[in-house]
Write a protein that binds this ligand. Structure first.
Ligand SMILES: Nc1ncnc2c1ncn2[C@@H]1O[C@H](COP(=O)(O)OP(=O)(O)OP(=O)(O)O)[C@@H](O)[C@H]1O
Ligand SMILES: [Mg+2]
Length: 233
């Protein structure tokens, strides 16, 4: 039994797209407050699909899913936004808004939440400086490289100080030095209390950081052998 507060828990969950066979089956995993997991598995295994269920973009087609103590698989639609606001997501395909500057893209979650600009201006600048884009705050996404766009997306996911951070291949477009910097940022945020899941193909980084690993293969999610850390099943 874990004594930590639970962030999420799947119970015998499955996910099928349309009439196809299940992409994910028999999902029985959980994450406690302040825990860190890498998520690995071959392309097409279902990493993004699992993350989508966690950030409530899709409901499991079978089984149970609890998020921040709520029965998210059955909750009415209007109950989902407050849960979603506690999650910061770095999407695999960035999803930046083309007509907004880097600053405004990062600031967007705060603006949408109705927070006054004076309360987040410094946080946005600090985050953009941290990811090495302090000099490009006024740039539109189309004028940024892929790696720079990825770093804007990273800053946007963190600006609201989420309880749970989900990152889908956050180092897919950056050089090795920046990859290491980004991964270390997740470890730091985790030390500050955020629960973190990072989907990645970069097994070298996974090994070097020594955090527990969830692996998806053949539609099943399991703890990789030898992975340390507690709390999950
Ligand atoms: N919207 C969708 N409709 C139908 N099938 C889908 C959809 N999205 C994903 N799939 C299928 O689900 C499976 C898992 O896809 P998913 O994107 O979760 O994999 P992944 O592990 O994130 O892969 P990658 O490492 O390439 O990002 C794949 O077979 C994919 O074709
Ligand atoms: Mg993916």
């Amino acid at each position: 039994m874990t004594v930590k507060t639970q962030i999420f828990r799947f119970e015998d969950a499955g996910l099928a797209y349309g009439d196809a066979a299940e992409t994910l089956s028999d999902v029985n995993i959980d994450l406690g407050e302040g825990e860190f997991r890498f998520l690995t598995g071959p392309s097409g295994a279902g990493k993004t699909s699992l993350l989508k269920m966690i950030y409530l973009a899709m409901r499991p087609t079978r089984g149970k899913f609890f998020l921040f103590g709520e029965d998210a698989a059955n909750a009415p639609r209007e109950a989902l936004p407050p849960l979603r606001r506690r999650i910061g997501v770095v999407f695999q395909e960035f999803r930046l808004l083309d007509h907004l500057t880097a600053f405004d893209n990062v600031a967007l979650p705060m603006k949408v939440a109705g927070v006054n600009l004076n309360q987040y201006r410094e946080d946005v600048s600090e985050l953009l400086n941290w990811v090495g884009l302090g000099h490009r705050m006024d740039a539109k996404p189309a004028t940024l490289s892929g790696g720079e766009q990825q770093r804007v997306a990273l800053a946007r996911a963190l600006v609201s100080k989420p309880d749970l951070i989900l990152a889908d291949e956050p180092t897919g477009n950056v050089d090795p030095a920046m990859s290491e910097r980004i991964m270390k940022l997740f470890v730091e945020l985790n030390k500050l209390g955020a629960a973190v899941i990072v989907a990645t193909h970069d097994l070298h980084l996974v090994q070097s950081l020594g955090k527990p690993v969830l692996r998806i293969a053949d539609g099943r999610v399991s703890r990789a052998p030898g992975a340390g850390g507690g709390g999950g099943r």
